[in-house]
Ligand binder design. Sequence first.
Ligand SMILES: [Zn+2]
Length: 497
Amino acid sequence: MMLGSRLFTISRRCYAVRVSLSSKQSTGTRIIPNTEEALSGSSAELRKMIKESSPSAPGSTQLLYSIENGAPERKLLVNVKEDGDVNDFRSVIHKSIQHLRSHNVKDATLCLDDFPVKDLSKQDQVDHITRTAVLSGYEFSKYKKPKNEPFEHLEICQSNASSYEEVVSESTKITSGTLFARDLGNEQGDVANPEYLEEAATTLAKENSAFSLRVIKGKELQELGLNMITAVGQAAQWEPRLILLEYKPLKDNSETPVVLLGKGITFDTGGLNLKPTGFIENMHMDMCGAAAVLGTAKAVSNLNLQQNIVFALSVAENSISEKAYKPGAILKSYSGKTVEVGNTDAEGRLVLADALSYTQEIYKPKTIIDVATLTGACVVALGEYAAGLFSNKPELQKELCDAGSEVLERCWAMPIFPEHTEELESKVADTSSTGKGRYGGASTAAAFLQKFIQDDVQWAHMDVAGPAMYSEARSYMPKGSTGFGVQTLVQYLKKQN
Ligand SMILES: [Zn+2]
């Protein structure tokens, strides 16, 4: 039974693999584990030749051409680790797609019933295949034509296919949010400026009547006293702004929303504490937190989650000009606390702190989660392999780390010690924005944010400076903007539903 295509709208700028289900193998290209069964139909001599040259390393692949019942057929043999885990499984899916793509093959059938995976239900296997296929197909190709044609369509052949329809649909909707975040993050800073992020939010808001959009900028930003957002963005050509995309599917207005807040520094020069060569080139991706929050909004809207959520983006370009805010400046934050600017390159925490204060006051959330490419120190601690997860509530910290590990976005619990907070003492203001020395920078940044959290609010801070922007491709995660965080946040929200 063919169930038809489950889809993903292939956007103008990136592409994703369309995934569908069937319970009957179609002819064409088949992806098959490297088993005896896969060689059926071949003559004894051919079987011997194939086996001798078969891929032996787990995860390796080999494309075979044959004639079956008079029709030409391709088989991609993949060597699957017998006791492999979910990571091995996803890696096999990714490598298969890449291999086929390098031969300009555009569609294939994956014979799932034959795949051995430890501790993974068929339901979960379909979920992981779909996510991997969609993410694996991505390429940021706006400015350069890809070498190979895109791989377009993966059909999962599975007995009882119809019972997995919902899984494919959901996984596709979630990962489409990840691709959306990747595209936003990969766009160069001159294009993806604060105006551009506002336009992206505006377009998204039109897709679902549960959305409403409010943008605070210009005079209103100053009059409200969001002075730290103003200060960080005041040297740039584009106005800084606080973008509030409210999602209210529930009629019951007494339900307080969860607030998701993203750092949206559309280009971070470092300000007057200018970044040196080698550290400045990728700083168009300093808005990957905001991109992840917007990608989550897209996924939530596609899934039609029944939960009130505010998607907040604190957006500015941290530039230099005669108007630039200065090292040592003392800013009056929205909360009323005065802040001594330790370093103008520590701008993310300033725009976040004002947005945290404002959204807590306006929306009275019980839970607020911020996502930010906040510190290089977090990448020094964890590499690009995990987000640092800080929180004032251990339960929330655990829930987010668990959600992350379920979708293979690793989040690692990090501490805020009293000493980190003490480091922020200032002689001239209520607080300094930075710690005293070179050490523990991810934690002192988190300690700074925590100063703006009300006692009764549970708050978490995801420092995604490592996993949101990759220096090299790793499996289905591309070089550059990875869209990290979208799947974790959606997984967390789904469990709250
Ligand atoms: Zn910075």
